[in-house]
Design a protein around this ligand. Sequence first.
Ligand code: TEU
Length: 535
Amino acid sequence: MEKNIKWFKDAVVYQIYPLSFKDSNNNGIGDIKGIISKLDYLKNLGVDVIWLSPVYQSPMLDNGYDISNYLEINPIFGSLDDLKELIKQTHDMHMKLVMDLVINHTSDQHEWFKKSIQNHLTYQDYYIWRDQPTDIDSIFGGSAWTYNQERNAYYFHLFAESQPDLNWRNQAMRQNIYNMINVWLDMGIDGFRLDVIDLIGKDIDHKILSNGPYLETYLKELYDTCFKHRDIMTVGETPGLSIERASELTDSKNPYLDMVFQFAHIGLDEMPGKGKWALKTLDLLELKQTFNKVQQTFYKKGWNALFLANHDQPRALHRYGSSIYPKESAKMLATLIYGMQGTPFVYQGEEIAMTGVEYDDIIKYRDIETLQIYDILLKQGIPKKEVMKSIHAKGRDNSRTPFQWDDTAYAGFSTHQPWLDVNPNYKTVNAKKDLASKDSVFMYFKSLFQIRKLHEAFTLGNFEIYQIENKKHFSYYRTYKDEKYLIICSFSNTSFRFDLPHENFEVLLSNYQQFDLHKSNEIPPYFSCILKIGA
Ligand code: TEU
């Protein structure tokens, strides 16, 4: 492909959740050396960029998204030397390393917060303190305010009580954050995923949280002070931004963020206004309309990150696929999302069709949000069975179980009982078995990424849904100059007759190797393919 676009636009990003990727010292916890030992696996898949969920010093109440020291590595993951070695080896293999940046809040164990509690002159305004709480709720449930006896005031936290929000109105605090960011960038990392960055411009007195009045000012300042003259990539996690706003903030006129995770498709299987635990069956038409809007908006302006799952979301296969056709539906979902315009993000395990878990007892769960919401929902009188059903569908531990490398004890992740139980299906679902199989999901992902890179229509082409009203399939065209591709994705668990409006086409990829579209258009369950039209 001609290289007149920025490198991150046709790069494949792979998200690693360090706690669960690979344990090198067999204590049940994944670590940096474990990641280093698997770099060739990632290279083989066609990964260009690794995004590492947080490995900084942390009490780990929110698995590292509660940072107590931004410049230290958490010893459970290894040392700073290990991280430098990871950067070096990643670069030697011509891949890049992006770290997580959690700057909306810190841990309550951070020195800044401890000093803020004591009203220390420098740090007293590093966090948001008030004499009285307001009625804002935390995203994890319950009030966003907690009383601190020592300071005799309430502090604000949009997530857990142990994650106080930083006060972005404080210029000295912001400068301190920028200095820290520059230390990491000077060390040679290739960018950041910016945790809930849409929240930093909030105006809590007017109850404006996402997309607050100061958001653009701070993003610009951050960009000017840290990112501007560097060849890096930044991806903002922006759960609260509208599609339009997200596209605006990544437009080349406002290059403060290179791309964002836009969340429009994420809430489609919850009851509107009732939050993620109130389950609703996904409507394929809604999914199609939502992605249509996202694709059309970003085609005109900005750049989007393509994802179906991450460490906060249930696994894509569990959520949108079929347990009867796991391999077929895992491949179909990859075709659907990575055929679109934007930068592809793979969440660890998607490439081997890992699924979610359904532990029968809450005692097996580790996620702070899940444990908190379990208590809250039970107190609201919701029957335990219903609560567990929501947790099985939406709980964050679904995607956090240890990576399934092979069929030995603990799935080859560790020789020690892991911090979170391995999914009991590891004997049938694991990387070794998948790679050895004729219908390997891993190899399908790899081919998909090769095709994407070979034809610039996937990076630059427009997006047009074929048969938008059809409830059985989600199919669309990507067109650029004189090249046209049709991506067909069936969401049906039975075969059906697909109305194929072309006679001349070449099949570039298909998840049913034996099925020939030239001979039959009765497409099998969860069928997917990429057709080059007119070939
Ligand atoms: O997540 C932010 C966020 O708003 C959601 O994805 C949220 O975790 C989810 O909807 C809850 O159901 C980020 C991190 O990705 C997440 O792991 C952290 O817990 C959170 O920020 C706080 O740092």
